[in-house]
Design a protein around this ligand. Structure first.
Ligand code: GLC
Length: 418
């Protein structure tokens, strides 16, 4: 018998003798991005050792859009097999009715998290998910190559295009697979995040504003999408139109891109010993657009744990959600996964700053990050986002101009939302 099994057995019998709850067998669903599931498994082993509850992981694909489609079906059917769901920051209003209110259970720790994140998971006064980490993207750049070509880190998209072109062309003599820029261009939620950044960085608004105004059909948004369309087949491979986070990271981590747009998780993986870019890259805020309201813009992301109303072990499931979102686990997550904590105090933690300098540096970026319009569109968010990413994907694919596609999008959003 291993030491762990022994401890688990002892803990289980202690709780039984004490007449308290029996050890539960829980299931948790989670998407797999990077080595996220491997990390989760390691944390679950700690949970089992501490509580005696065992947990089975139901693995899902990396794409948040694919996860959402499946979860919505399971929840609508009242599935009792899944106790805990790993949920994207944008889903709370759409799935709230299926989740347990965690505000009483989490009363002592709610105040430790950034209030805006707690608010994003609160629907009609109910806390429907507990935050595990927040997300705000970075421009990953090859510092060795910028140095070699005597270039600064670009602060506008125009500069990025020029620098990417020059370095890519220069490097192709040695590496024919070299590209200038990779990002998330597939037709899914990830493209909504990337394209919202382009539009906002040109001063083109947030698709649907906080007061419900549909703002997307404007000249600055057109200019932003035209700029992005000019990258396809020039600084970015045509294949980027099918890339999610992991495909872009794949190209980048092989050393085949000068720049990448991705979330902080790619930082730890890029520095790992099996990475061709370890020690050769750094991160900066995303570039700004052009025009009077140009700025750097980052889309706000993040992940949470929610307990299903249909779980037959709700108390143990709540314990699991509390455990996975605790300061202890968020700290390990920050150090090993470079995921941004939602607990404010961890941004002053010396061990995190030492092991993962991106974390304290990204506090300000995530605090200024742009939310997707999930609050003003509520139950219609997924459809809103899908109309947006389709219009953008068409534009990037040369299927209609930016101006034409945004005009159609505006009309479709009016039909949907008004
Ligand atoms: C990241 C973000 C999430 C977003 C997704 C899009 O996982 O944390 O909020 O929806 O990327 O691909």
């Amino acid at each position: 018998m291993t030491l762990k099994k022994l401890i688990v057995g002892m803990l289980a019998s202690v709780t039984l003798v004490g007449g308290a709850a029996q050890a539960a067998e829980l299931s948790i669903v989670s998407g797999d991005t990077g080595n996220g599931l491997q990390f989760l498994q390691a944390q679950l082993e700690k949970f089992t050792a501490e509580t005696g509850h065992t947990v089975t992981v139901v693995p899902m694909p990396s794409s948040t859009t694919d996860q959402f489609g499946q979860y919505r079906l399971w929840l609508a059917a009242g599935n009792t097999d899944i106790d805990v769901y790993t949920t994207d920051v944008i889903w709370a209003p759409q799935l709230a009715e299926h989740f347990v209110d965690l505000s009483a259970a989490a009363a002592d720790v709610i105040g430790d998290h950034f209030p805006s994140i707690i608010e994003s998971q609160t629907v009609n006064g109910q806390l429907v998910a507990l935050p595990a980490y927040t997300d705000a993207p970075a421009l990953f750049y090859r510092k060795d190559l910028l140095e070699k070509y005597g270039k600064e880190v670009p602060t506008t998209w125009t500069e990025l295009r020029e620098t990417a072109t020059e370095i890519m062309e220069g490097e192709r003599a040695e590496n024919p697979d070299m590209w200038g820029f990779v990002f998330q261009g597939n037709a899914y939620e990830g493209l909504t995040c990337d394209a919202l950044e382009w539009v906002k960085s040109y001063g083109g608004g947030q698709i649907v504003e906080a007061d419900g105004t549909i703002s997307i059909n404007n000249e600055q948004a057109v200019a932003a999408l035209e700029e992005a369309a000019s990258w396809i087949g020039t600084i970015a491979p045509e294949g980027v139109l099918a890339y999610g986070e992991e495909e872009s990271r794949g190209v980048w981590q092989l050393g085949n891109a000068v720049f990448m747009r991705n979330w902080p998780y790619a930082y730890a993986l890029g520095e790992a010993s099996d990475s061709a870019v370890a020690g050769k890259f750094d991160v900066a805020p995303l570039p700004a657009g052009e025009g009077p309201e140009a700025r750097s813009a980052a889309t706000l992301g993040g992940w949470n744990y929610a307990v299903s109303k249909y779980s037959e072990d709700q108390d143990a499931a709540i314990e699991l959600a509390m455990f996975l979102t605790s300061a202890e686990i968020q700290k390990v997550r920050a150090i090993e996964q470079t995921n941004l904590p939602t607990i404010e105090a961890l941004y002053d933690d010396a061990e995190i700053a030492e092991a993962a300098p991106i974390i304290p540096n990204w506090k300000e970026i995530f605090q200024n990050a742009v939310p997707r319009p999930s609050a003003p569109t509520q139950a219609d968010y997924n459809e809103t986002s899908s109309l947006f990413w389709s219009a953008v994907h068409n534009t990037l694919s040369g299927n209609g101009s930016a101006a034409e596609n945004l005009e159609v999008l505006e009309a479709d959003l009016q039909d949907l939302l008004q």
